[in-house]
Design a protein around this ligand. Structure first.
Ligand code: BMA
Length: 371
């Protein structure tokens, strides 16, 4: 892939996403009509078919290592840890809806939803891709998404359960938020990492039938009842898993557009190099499973969440991640957030970080796309 292809893809990014300004600004070029989910799918598919991978970062634009946006209504949203290091914004920005279900003003990580809305729309207007995850509270116990004290939570919110009506109100609030994004196309990946047992919708916390019903109920409410057609639905269990396990809770081709997987590197007691080798093997195995499944089911696929907390490996980007994803066929990879209030909780470099240059080299690869 060369500069021309990169430039071309940049144009497609700009053209394919319709941004939330109904009147496109002159700076963004004249956008030919509303960006739709179909156009977003085409953009992702086009990138993947050329061997390109969009790079994404969670909560970019709203905060980073040691800083956060405070002027919710007026900040120009031009700061980004990724841009500070690589000179470009991430092509994909992720946000989390956790807290929207309660009608809170801020999400679980302190991001005001009004700011999130503005950042999502701004990013789309610049030609970028927006994705949402959701860590909702536990609707039965009142605890957080990680409260796994009861295995009756999913059951309790399905149509036959006592908590169903109240839960539909939670879905309504999440759908209201997505509806308020002025039609920008987004990727939504609810009920993620469901093959592990750390969220109340996880593997040991509900049956496959209950899980699928939860996912389908969510999809049906958003798509059929609310008519939200600006969403690409991503099913993103934790990996690595074999195809049979991946499919065991797959909600169905009609309500999934993208197959994703969340896999992190965890340093063990055997040193960084061993951890990197282990992680890269897991990524390769899982992405090859997804590649086959995506071909069979006619879906896109991606590495929906990944990273090495604290970037303790100085060559993680060029030495571990890049070789593991290069040529894999994924349309995008997203690394997790740079917390503004926890110095060690970051997954992308920032200005002044010791090994930032390794990320810059990664970002400069011809097949890695930033904005
Ligand atoms: C986790 C951590 C938490 C955060 C949650 C939702 O992986 O980053 O600190 O609250 O994601 O964003």
């Amino acid at each position: 892939m060369n500069f021309v292809h990169k430039a071309l893809l940049g144009c497609i990014l700009l053209l394919a996403v319709a941004a939330c300004t109904r009147k496109p600004s002159a700076g963004a070029g004249t956008l030919p009509g509303a960006g739709t989910a179909t156009e977003l799918a085409a953009l992702l598919s086009n990138a993947a078919s050329q061997g390109n991978i969009l790079y994404g970062h969670q909560d970019d634009l709203v905060y980073g290592h040691n800083w956060k946006v405070t002027d919710v209504a007026g900040d120009p949203l031009e700061r980004s840890d990724v841009r500070d290091v690589a000179g470009k914004w991430p092509a994909v920005v992720g946000f989390d809806l956790g807290g929207i279900e309660l009608g809170n003003a801020e999400n679980l990580d302190g991001v005001p939803f009004e700011l999130m809305r503005r950042a999502a729309c701004t990013h789309a207007r610049r030609g970028g891709v927006v994705t949402f995850s959701w860590h909702p509270r536990n609707p039965l116990t009142g605890g957080d998404a990680w409260d796994i004290s009861s295995d009756e939570v999913v059951w309790s919110i399905l149509p036959e359960g006592d908590g169903h009506e109240a839960f539909m109100e939670w879905l309504r609030r999440a759908a209201d938020f997505i509806e308020s994004l002025d039609g920008i196309p987004v990727i939504f990946r609810p009920w993620h990492e469901n093959l592990g047992s750390w969220f109340w919708w996880g593997w040991r916390l509900c049956s496959a039938r209950e899980y699928k019903e939860l996912y389908r109920m969510t999809w049906t409410y958003f798509t059929v009842e609310r008519g939200l057609d600006n969403i690409l639905w991503c099913y993103s269990p934790n990996g690595p898993v074999v195809a049979e396990d991946f499919l065991s809770r797959y909600p169905g081709d009609d309500c999934v557009d993208i197959l994703g997987t969340d896999i992190y590197e965890y340093p063990g007691g055997d040193g960084l190099e061993a951890a990197g080798v282990r992680y890269a093997a897991q990524i390769r195995d899982m992405l090859s499973v997804l590649k086959d499944l995506a071909a069979e089911h006619d879906k896109l696929f991606c590495l929906s969440e990944t990273g090495l907390e604290g970037l303790t490996d100085p060559q993680w980007w060029t030495g571990v991640l890049y070789p593991a994803i290069k040529g894999s066929g994924i349309s995008y990879v997203l690394t997790w957030r740079n917390a503004h209030d926890q110095p060690g909780h970051f997954y992308a470099p920032w200005k002044g970080f010791d090994h930032a240059d390794d990320f810059k080299q990664f970002a400069d690869k011809e097949d890695i796309i930033l904005l």
